[in-house]
Design a protein around this ligand. Structure first.
Ligand code: TNX
Length: 526
């Protein structure tokens, strides 16, 4: 056969090149509605195509969105190996990624909107907090490999369509008990990253208890040098210097998460009572305590020095806490009489207010003189929560039976306690904060918090095992309110496993989520 003329061969070659070029550029069809986002956004409209992030993709910001742009680039660059950098622009952008601040009162303080087509991925919000939440959605829409710290092959495609997302409750938090066992600054940062991933906005740090005082107070140095020197089981404990605490606050603020510091009192105070003899009624310092009993210690509520001490602590703590709240504990004060307890809480509330903060307390504080500024955290008693509402206070819902991250999943769980309940993954999800305590309605509920107490939990692996996969459910309760369904949620949660593994998280592989039943549903959905 005669060879084709040179011009024809060139033409053939050219068309092959063109076909290759075009097929590479053709967006992959994807269904935004099928993406397993947690928490589930308020509204999703899928358009069936996708947006691909490439090394050449522009990341356009304004002055107001530059910090969020840096945050997004920091999330994308390690795994993609790209070097995306926010570029300032006022021009109209029609290709690439665009972060904008818009005015749309429906979005509120933390809502955001994502508009994704084949050429443009636009994230808009009224606030930087909204953008940071939206960036977590972009992260969840990318394959789990995006979690890698080192470069992996793409493609990095995101399903096209529109997402509008506005959280139902203003407060969506978790608590970490750093008193029973101490956790390092880097552990706390990792915990903050987990909250950020699920768009939570508050980290309550339980900083003091019988077994340890974990925050440096410069005017009372023995609190940490002595009171912070041990922990449950007799280990060496530890504490945060004020600089370290400020670093935690800064790291959280970058992710729009507020820190709520708790100084538990008048009970749960053995570490302070062991550090300063004068805080005890008899004037004798107590021994350090490394057991797990509760309810045996109390400040001396009749001594003036007690209030001088509390004023110093709250002053130093308020000065390094930008958030509006100081948590004063108030739980399980079994050796403080009610006649002493009520005036004590009233006086401490005054001290918190004098330092420009609002008081939060565990549900027992409802017995004191509360007001609209005070917040009561329900852990045990619906009666106390109702009492708080009758005084005009707001309530954070943390019922131990449903929301305690230190409760075991079942009788075989290696860590945790079960005094309130065993909480399997579905038990943690299947409750409604608005129905939990009759008379405590939506208007009175600030939000939801899931506490992790650490009597039995000693390191990050154990923390992860207790919080995963329950934490995502608490975040969804806070974001979606009662508009939820376990059967549907379960299919999204089941698909979180690849990401948890990519993040090297030690999680509990619950049969309620990953049993036969779920696997069949996943196959059916494909
Ligand atoms: C009760 S909850 C406590 C804590 C314990 C926890 C263990 C609350 C306000 N007090 O002191 O660590 O149970 O689950």
């Amino acid at each position: 056969m005669k060879a084709a003329p040179f011009s024809l061969r060139l033409l053939t070659l050219l068309s092959i090149c063109l076909v290759i070029l075009f097929s590479c550029d053709k967006p992959t069809p994807k269904d935004l509605n099928a993406e397993p986002l947690i928490p589930k956004p308020t509204a999703v409209i899928a358009t069936g195509s996708s947006f691909g992030i490439k090394s050449s993709t522009g990341l356009y910001v304004s002055n107001e969105t530059r910090a969020a742009g840096e945050f997004l680039a920091g999330m994308l660059n390690p795994a993609t190996g790209f070097n995306l950098k926010p570029e300032l622009t006022d021009a109209k952008v029609s290709r690439g990624i665009l972060l904008s601040i818009i005015s749309d009162s429906e979005l509120g303080d933390e809502g955001y909107e994502l508009n994704i087509d084949e050429k443009l991925l636009e994230l808009s919000a009224q606030t930087e907090a909204g953008l940071i939440r939206g960036i977590q959605t972009i992260r969840q829409l990318l394959p789990p490999e995006i979690e890698s710290d080192t470069q992996v092959e793409g493609p990095w495609e995101i399903a096209s369509g529109t997402i509008t997302d506005i959280p139902e409750f203003a407060y969506r938090g978790a608590m970490l008990d750093v008193a029973r066992h101490f956790f390092s600054v880097s552990d706390v940062k990792q915990f903050i990253d987990y909250l950020a991933f699920f768009k939570m906005n508050a980290l309550h740090l339980h900083l003091t208890d019988d077994q340890g005082w974990r925050i440096e107070i410069k005017s009372w140095p023995k609190l940490t040098t002595h009171g912070g020197s041990t922990q449950v089981g007799g280990g060496e404990g530890g504490f945060y210097t004020q600089e370290e605490y400020k670093e935690i606050v800064r790291y959280a603020a970058e992710r729009h998460i507020m820190i709520i510091p708790e100084i538990d009192m008048p009970g749960h105070t053995n570490a302070a009572l062991a550090s300063y003899a004068e805080l005890n009624c008899e004037g004798n310092a107590r021994e350090l305590y490394t057991g797990t009993k509760v309810g045996f210690s109390t400040f001396c509520t009749h001594k003036e020095i007690t209030y001088t001490f509390i004023d110093d602590v709250i002053r130093e703590l308020s000065a390094m806490t930008p958030g509006p709240y100081i948590h004063i504990g108030g739980d399980e004060s079994h050796v403080t009489s009610l006649e002493d307890y009520i005036p004590f809480v009233n006086r401490v509330k005054g001290i918190v207010t004098a330092h420009g903060k609002s008081m939060i307390g565990w549900d027992e504080v409802a017995q004191a003189d509360l007001d609209e500024q005070s917040v009561v955290q329900l852990w045990n008693s619906p009666d106390f929560a109702r009492m708080a509402v009758s005084k005009g206070s707001k309530v954070i819902m943390s019922p131990a039976k449903r929301a305690y991250l230190d409760m075991q999943y079942d009788s075989t769980t290696q860590w945790g306690l079960h005094w309130a309940a065993y909480i399997e993954v579905d038990d943690g999800y299947n409750w409604d904060p608005e129905l939990f305590a009759k008379g405590v309605d939506k208007e009175s509920i600030l939000g939801v918090e899931s506490p992790l107490w650490s009597e039995t939990v000693t390191n990050m692996d154990e923390i992860e095992y207790m919080i995963f996969p329950r934490l995502p459910g608490y975040s969804e309760i806070g974001c979606s309110g009662n508009d939820r369904n376990w059967e549907e949620y379960k299919t999204r949660l089941a698909r979180l496993d690849a990401r948890l593994e990519a993040m090297e998280i030690n999680y509990y592989r619950s049969a309620r989520v990953w049993g036969e039943d779920t696997r069949m549903q996943l196959v059916d959905n494909k």
